[in-house]
Design a protein around this ligand. Structure first.
Ligand code: UDP
Length: 237
């Protein structure tokens, strides 16, 4: 059995990963699948922080398009990420691994508040740490949160789960000639205008030389495969 490539990582799951094919806001089967993947990955001895998006429920930009002030819409988006973290936390625990949700927005009757030391301590105990409410500030995304938390928690990489198996030169669903990359540098991604993450998230990753590993979450066991260096993925870094 190959040893995992990393000791501590941040996994970024978009909110859409939770609604599966059913079209419901949260597809419980999908949640359980993701939880099983996280538990299998943690069983390798890798410390896992998980940043979950909220796009399956609310995105600030979309809400503000309906006349709500953008910071209010963004707060709704951050609250959506808390709900997603709570459902995943319960599923991870049911699957046999301790988990903790830490929220960047304080809500002490719901879960603990995020701070670096608390997150480090929980990671050190082998718990899956669900990082909720993004950065706690409007105008940011959960991709930015993933890179920020990876940098502040000394993680060695961000594992960005998507619905394609890596970074392509164009949308592979629209352009059959799209080229897939196995590896590229942050600089090459910028020069070729490859949008791996939003520009704030990507700038932060580049400045901190944080590798971003883009992979598809569609296959069961995908996170574990990436951690063993066996999965199909693009490594940016
Ligand atoms: N959000 C925010 N600040 C943050 C992270 C997220 O305001 O630090 C809000 C923002 O409105 C965003 C929503 O939460 O649209 C959900 O996050 P995101 O769009 O990143 O989720 P995903 O697309 O990954 O599901």
């Amino acid at each position: 059995m190959t040893d995992p490539l990393y000791r501590r990582v941040i996994v970024k799951l978009s909110g859409e990963a939770l609604n599966g094919a059913q079209g419901s806001v949260v597809d419980q089967k999908m949640v359980e699948r993701l939880a099983a993947d996280l538990v299998a990955a943690a069983a390798l001895g890798v410390e896992l922080g998980v940043v979950v998006g909220g796009g399956n429920i609310f995105r600030g930009v979309e809400v503000s398009g309906r006349g709500v002030p953008r910071p209010v819409g963004d707060t709704m988006g951050m609250l959506a990420t808390v709900m997603n973290c709570l459902v995943l936390e319960a599923a991870v625990e049911r699957a046999g691994r301790e988990a903790r949700t830490l929220s960047a927005l304080a809500m002490p009757s719901v879960c603990e508040t995020y701070n670096r030391k608390r997150a480090m301590k929980n990671l050190g105990k082998g718990r899956v740490v669900l990082l909720a409410a993004g950065t706690g500030n409007p105008f940011f995304t959960t991709d930015t949160t993933a890179v920020l938390r990876a940098a502040e928690l000394d993680a060695q990489a961000v594992l960005k789960a998507t619905n394609v198996d890596g970074v392509y030169s164009a949308d592979p669903k629209k352009d059959p000639k799209a080229k897939r990359y196995d590896k590229l540098s942050h600089q090459e991604a910028i020069e070729n205008d490859l949008r791996v993450m939003d520009s704030t998230a990507f700038a932060l990753a580049r400045e901190n030389r944080m590798p971003i590993i883009v992979f598809s979450i569609a296959e069961k066991g995908a996170i574990e495969a990436v951690l063993r260096g066996k999965g199909r993925a693009t490594v940016v870094g």
